[in-house]
Unconditional design. Sequence first.
Length: 95
Amino acid sequence: MIDNYVPVVQFTEVNDNYIVVKGDCLWKISIKKYKTPYLWPAIWETNKSELEDTNFLYPGQVLKIPIMNTEDRKKALERSKEFRKNRSLHNNLQN
């Protein structure tokens, strides 16, 4: 689960639904829908009321895929960089 997450963008428009299949994760779904893995936080933010943990998706779950304009995409990519940096710091502290 992502702690202390403050959304940068509120996604209100959804352009698609995605049905989770075995082996899916938000990273893979982001690649399928946005052609980049780094926009997975946007999918999570849109669906966080339905997802207890970003690491647990179940076949048959229906996720909403948000529409992002250029500015939204830029902000989401910046937020993704923060996640990666924080995860790297967290991993280094545990080692």
